[in-house]
Design a protein around this ligand. Sequence first.
Ligand code: F6P
Length: 308
Amino acid sequence: MNAAIRAVVRQADALGIDVVGIRHGYQGLIEGDWERLRSRDCANILQRGGTILHTARSSKFMEPEVRARAAERLREIQVDSLVVIGGDGSFRGAELLHREQGIRCAGIPGTIDNDLPGTDRTLGFDTALNTAVEAIDRIRDTASSHERLFLVEVMGRSSGMIAVHTAIACGAEAVLYPEAEDDTYGALVEQLKAAWGRGKKSSIIVVAEGDREGGALQVSERLRNDFGLDLRVAVLGHIQRGGSPTAIDRIWGSRWGAEAVKRLAAGSESFYLGAVAGELVAQPLSKVLEPHPAPAKALGELVQILAR
Ligand code: F6P
């Protein structure tokens, strides 16, 4: 996100446009919590995780009168365009702000879940994925030395994108995730039995926090009760949300930040940026209301095949 902020400020500077940075997302917009951002304010932030502007979840912004007040505040300081970095909720808010109040809005996809329609990637996903993979590679050493079963919980309250991609990259024996169609626990037990039958002594199961069973701790309880296994659980949690962003995330943050400003300056009204087949694309903000992408079924199946 910092790469995107830096690119917005510096591209705007190149075009002679002033930028105001709004702290704490929509909450800050409602409260007038902002500061002028200049090029030098964005020095040395490219390599930092999180966002220098801080963030917050704001349920209040879903109220039309609150959006009207926010738009009024923006007009008072002569801001006519907003660049919103975020996911589903942020884009829905931006779409409403544009439709009701005429504030021009550009969206930059920023969610580690990588579950927005109309884009193959979102900021933070690649960083979160690499963090999870590095952590599980370390866990694998203990799992194989002690010949143990590990359940590792990764983020994804309603998305299995991190879980499935992590599982492939780590050679996990199984993956449980919210969008899976099968009886996930039953399928897991079958896979474990097959692995034991093939002589596997240690296994790693990746579980998305929003898996239907209720996460890694719940699954571990069931496995303990059913098989008396001496297994271990690791919940990676917010470790995945921080740390220095990968080069891929920095590059797309920079490209999308600059592009958002160029398009707004050229008169675009309401859109969010994305990447499709490696190309930078723009979608109408209303596209965020479409069904959200889930991991391809074939990727879940690949985990099983490669665990043989
Ligand atoms: O929506 C992105 C996400 O990272 C989910 O995968 C995760 O469940 C959630 O945010 C965590 O949010 P919070 O930090 O508010 O608990």
